[in-house]
Design a protein around this ligand. Sequence first.
Ligand SMILES: C[S@@+](CC[C@H](N)C(=O)[O-])C[C@H]1O[C@@H](n2cnc3c(N)ncnc32)[C@H](O)[C@@H]1O
Ligand code: SF4
Length: 243
Amino acid sequence: MNQVGVIHSRRLFLQQILQSRRHLTLYDQSSTDLLFHSIKLDRDKQKQNQKQKQMQKQLPWRRKDLTGNSLIASTLEEMENDSEFQLSLQNLKQMGQKKLTLEEKKIRRRALDDLNVPPFKEFKEAGGDRRRRQCEVLQLNIGLYCNQACNHCHVESSPQRSEMMTRKVADECLKLLKNSKSITTLDITGGAPEMNSEFRYIVEKAREIRGSNLDIIDRCNLTVVHEPGQEDLILFLKKHNVS
Ligand SMILES: C[S@@+](CC[C@H](N)C(=O)[O-])C[C@H]1O[C@@H](n2cnc3c(N)ncnc32)[C@H](O)[C@@H]1O
Ligand code: SF4
């Protein structure tokens, strides 16, 4: 999502909040099990800059010889100054991570109706096939760090998140891929998955293990190609036939 998209989604989000303020409703974010309310936004600019520098030091894969226009500084600033973001943070704090309200359930049901997804009871009564099938897609969320902080983001990614899949866990996942012949698609997501230092390792190893016999998806937010050190990302994705 580009910056215009982010701003647009924030406007939409504000409208949703204003419409639903009477019920203090927060849609998708209300059911996440991430402890979003425990993340404190740092209002002290100096502290924030220090934090950012520290985080950048921890990004060893960042190539110093390449420079791009990073969104990270402006994202952090927006998170601090954006009244909608602050409002949603306040509401989350007030609501905690409690279960869905009836109103929220109705909203979700309407969204599923729009997609022609029947309620489970109806599906069952209509004799829908409930047998487990072989697993075909291995989806890996390799980290919540992101150069953006979309208000709609259901995993609450942002430059303030630091969770990253380690090499050890990546190797375990690759073992799983190797031993699970039914898997035909490797779906890599995040955060901005490319900003995890293991991203390229995972792609290269997955290709090595399964050759052309595997679809690899990179859930790329596209703005990441402007981040310093990601200038060769498109070529890398092309080389390894990643879609
Ligand atoms: C969390 S993102 C991670 C990958 C990448 N950063 C991106 O934005 O595409 C994975 C997918 O979830 C979608 N997504 C994010 N928040 C969502 C929400 N609240 N409801 C439904 N889909 C959402 C995004 O549009 C994206 O396609
Ligand atoms: S992971 Fe990043 S780009 Fe993707 S939806 Fe979340 S904040 Fe936006």
